[in-house]
Design a protein around this ligand. Sequence first.
Ligand SMILES: C[S@@+](CC[C@H](N)C(=O)[O-])C[C@H]1O[C@@H](n2cnc3c(N)ncnc32)[C@H](O)[C@@H]1O
Length: 336
Amino acid sequence: MEETKRKADTVRLQNFAYGHKTASVLLAAIELDLFSKVSEGAGTIEEIAGALDISVLNSHRLVAACLGMGLLTKDGSNYSNAPDVEKFLVKGKRNYAGPWLLAQKGDFERWKNLGDFLRLKKQPSVLGGYENYTYENAKALHDATYSVGLGAGMRFARQVDMSNRSLILDIGGGSGAYCIAAVQTYPHMKAIVFDLEPVCRVANEFIAQWELSDKITTHPGDFTKDPFPQGADIMIQASNLPQYSAERLTDIFRKGYEAMKPGGEYHLVGEALDEEKGGPLGPALWGIAEVFAGSEGRSHSEKEVQKYLEEAGFINVQIQDFIPGSLSRISGKKPD
Ligand SMILES: C[S@@+](CC[C@H](N)C(=O)[O-])C[C@H]1O[C@@H](n2cnc3c(N)ncnc32)[C@H](O)[C@@H]1O
């Protein structure tokens, strides 16, 4: 049977323009701790109103919006959390990602004016948003990144066999989450977090909380211009891909190659596009966000990253899924 062609309407376009509304519903629900209360048993509109200390009318409104977004599911007059919400948005659970999602609130104002930023023709800067970075900036960002970074670090440690490796260099390691996860999984390993000085101070605090200061150290510096610590046999560079240009990334990979022990592996975990650059949407949005930072960066495809790593000297460069729709892992080896 021939498919009936749907007449174009404005629904898809309107839903894009309403993006701030869906973001706000999610963030309000997290702030009010709706999902923890539902997980603890508040199942009806009235129970949710009582648990959140809001009116029954507002409970109707919030629950309907969350249901429409698929954050809650309904069975009769009872509501439950969708599986991802139950896993990541219940306070006190190991995977609680609320801090990272709530941190996006700080972005609303400038996104509203994206068109104005796109018209600017200022000379881009290498460090973009990281110029004049303070401890307070770093603490706010990495309290948030840590809430999702530890899970990603655990996934990395499960995917990459490091049993015969001895030293990780985490380039732009942020909170130290990937190193903490790796050293928990492979207690014989040592690790270095290489990041800007204020970020290293924050990483040291997380590392101390895990009592891992004897195994994980920090190395303050700018990886675009300062020398890399020598001798690592695993290098990780996670979640800073769209901040840099093709030329800058190739230079960074080359510096990594030169500082790496022969036989070592470089793992770029990044927000990368597919071959045709048709998506996923998340990495494309990280690319356009660089307009606010005023950096040289843009989104790169997995194939482009593969080429940069090969140009830097790495062999066996492979593209692997990491968190589908969000992060790819592109890995290469330095010959023995
Ligand atoms: C989004 S965070 C990701 C942190 C960590 N890799 C993770 O995945 O949890 C990006 C990190 O890259 C660091 N970074 C970016 N450019 C840098 C540079 N030129 N030198 C040192 N660190 C840099 C930032 O300070 C920040 O900590």
